[in-house]
Write a protein that binds this ligand. Structure first.
Ligand code: ADP
Ligand code: MG
Length: 536
């Protein structure tokens, strides 16, 4: 090949660039660590909140978000660095999979990479680092499972555990002061699901006004809609037809339609034909013999009148989510054609009572005693929409974690206990491993220990001292010790009632180590411009 001096022949096109080896790795480390450092200060019960504010033209007045939730912060960030994107991605996945630990996972991955960077500077090859991390991860996972405990699902202990887990999840959120209240509320909501893992049955309604203490759990399902005028407001033993169909053309729609006629009579004729079509459709619906008709779309006066005259209560223009939930809770199918009235028994939903209720100043429709008797609604009140949104996110986190716990049943102590135990396991292992991998295993232990360290730092406590004391307590065999974040000491987690779901920790450990490994493997970043469309 013809290489002149140091100049390589150009392989990539003009707009594409490439970063190689050290440079590429450095870029990844910098990006990932920066992202981790950004959310670091929100970790733990004394973590700080962040305000997210959209910028750009026309965005100044839009909604700001005040949050402590790692996933929410990371999701709203727009980054260019590929490694940073990977971290954001794992935090999102953590949120979707288990609902909590979203900050932990990003911080842990960041800390692993920080340690990884030091190892590389010591001239340890990335492959050795990765090999060591893998050993460390398996050891940590094994220890994590060993220290977890399981209770019978119907026992009082399990119920208490759930409350404690909910409290731990909520403790870093805006509603810290009311966490006992909300922990009970969330546990009751999840227990109503009777083991089902469909969060759709728990509906959250946010109504500005009052204080967050005015929030409550209501059984049954609440739809943010009003019953159409002229219909019955209270229906017992309702048979519900849920539909997504057009019921809005009893008049000619003028927009975009061109009809040429030579007299007004003709217009009337067309209108009559449209009406006839509508009547036909209503007749088909009536064959199902529902007592309540819920439609996703608007219902115009004429069909509404027809339905109301037949004694059917009409709810129109329900939002899509609401409608899906009505269908799920009452066991209905969403119909868009009405040609099989013989299937009425299967497709109609049932509930004991539908009535109009007032929450705050708003009228809503409540479905109680639903066929799938699992649905319930959490009504959130609060002084402003920002508070309500954050409470909503916190409650959602707690519900997700509780559902995961009900499925998985295993719990571990919180307050940094599990991370310290895992770190100890890694250090024990490092003593047995020969070769350079041992350094990587020790590094893994240090990264794990950073989690309680950061929790301490965020509370303004002396982390160096506390973590050392923590180590000693564990060494003494004090299995349930952990960070007491009110006094800044090492306390008993069973007395403080700080528990966490095993799945959350497992998922965080796995995802963080996988992401760190992925980023560690990088030795080349190619930025490519999108392919241009060829001119024909
Ligand atoms: P994440 O988004 O990762 O869940 P959090 O800000 O919720 O982050 O912090 C979770 C960490 O805080 C966990 O490691 C948990 O053990 C710890 N933690 C939560 N509540 C307490 C508490 N009351 N005392 C000590 N540690 C706590
Ligand atoms: Mg949390």
């Amino acid at each position: 090949m013809d290489i002149v001096g140091n100049v390589l022949p150009q392989v990539l096109k003009d707009e594409a660039t490439e970063d190689k080896g050290e440079m590429a790795r450095l870029q990844s480390f910098v990006g990932a660590i920066a992202v981790a450092d950004l959310v670091k200060t929100t970790l733990g019960p004394k973590g700080m909140d962040k305000i997210l504010k959209p910028t750009g033209p026309g965005q100044e007045m839009t909604h700001i978000t005040v949050t402590n939730d790692g996933a929410t912060i990371l999701k709203s960030m727009y980054v260019e660095n590929p490694a940073a994107k990977i971290l954001i991605e794992i935090s999102k996945t953590q949120d979707e999979e288990v609902g909590d630990g979203t900050t932990t996972v990003a911080v842990l991955a960041g800390e692993l990479l920080r340690e990884g960077e030091k190892l590389i500077q010591k001239r340890i090859h990335p492959q050795h680092v990765i090999a060591g991390w893998r050993i460390a991860r398996d050891v940590a996972l094994k220890r994590l499972r060993d220290i977890s405990s399981e209770n019978d699902i119907n026992s009082q202990e399990f119920h208490d555990d759930l409350v404690k887990i909910a409290r731990t999840t909520l403790s870093s959120k805006l509603i810290t002061s009311d966490r006992d209240y909300f922990a009970d509320l969330c546990v009751n909501a999840v227990l109503r699901l009777k083991g089902s893992s469909n969060l759709d049955y728990i509906q959250i309604i946010k109504l500005p006004g009052g204080t967050i203490r005015d929030s409550y759990l209501d059984d049954g399902f609440i739809l943010k809609k009003q019953i159409t005028i002229g219909c019955k407001r209270r229906i017992e033993n309702a048979k519900i037809l849920v539909a997504n169909t057009a019921m809005d053309y009893d008049k000619i729609k003028i927009y975009g339609t061109k009809v040429k006629v030579n007299s007004m009579d003709k217009v009337a004729e067309i209108e009559a034909a449209e009406k006839e079509k509508m009547k036909h459709k209503v007749d088909k619906i009536l064959k199902y013999q529902p007592t309540v008709f819920v439609n996703r779309q608007l219902i115009y006066n004429y069909p509404e009148q027809l339905l109301a005259d037949s004694g059917i209560t009409v709810i129109e223009h329900a939002d899509f989510e609401g409608m899906e939930r009505v269908a799920a809770a009452t066991g209905a199918e969403i119909l868009s054609t009405f040609d099989a009235p013989e299937r009425a028994a299967q497709v109609l939903g049932h509930c004991d009572l539908i009535e109009e209720i007032m929450i705050g100043e708003e009228k809503m429709i409540k479905f109680s005693g639903c066929k799938k008797n699992e649905a319930c609604t959490i009504v959130l009140r609060g002084a402003s929409t920002h508070i309500l949104d954050e409470v909503d996110r916190s409650i959602h986190d707690a519900l997700c974690v509780l559902i995961t716990t009900v499925k998985n049943k295993r719990v571990v102590w919180g307050g940094g206990n599990s991370e310290m135990q895992m770190a100890a396991a890694c250090e024990e292992e490092a003593k047995k491993v020969q070769g350079k991998q041992a350094f990587a295993i020790e590094a893994f232990a240090r990264a794990l220990r950073q989690i309680p360290t950061i929790i301490c730092d965020n509370g303004g406590y002396d982390s160096a001292e506390l973590i050392q004391n923590f180590k000693v307590e564990l060494q003494k065999g004090n299995q349930n010790c952990g960070l007491n974040m009110t006094d800044g000491t090492i306390g008993s987690m069973s007395e403080l009632g700080v528990k966490e779901c095993l799945r959350v920790k497992e998922q965080a450990l796995m995802a963080a180590s996988e992401a760190a490994e992925l980023i560690m493997r990088v030795d080349d970043i190619v930025k490519c411009a999108p392919r241009k469309r060829e001119r024909a």
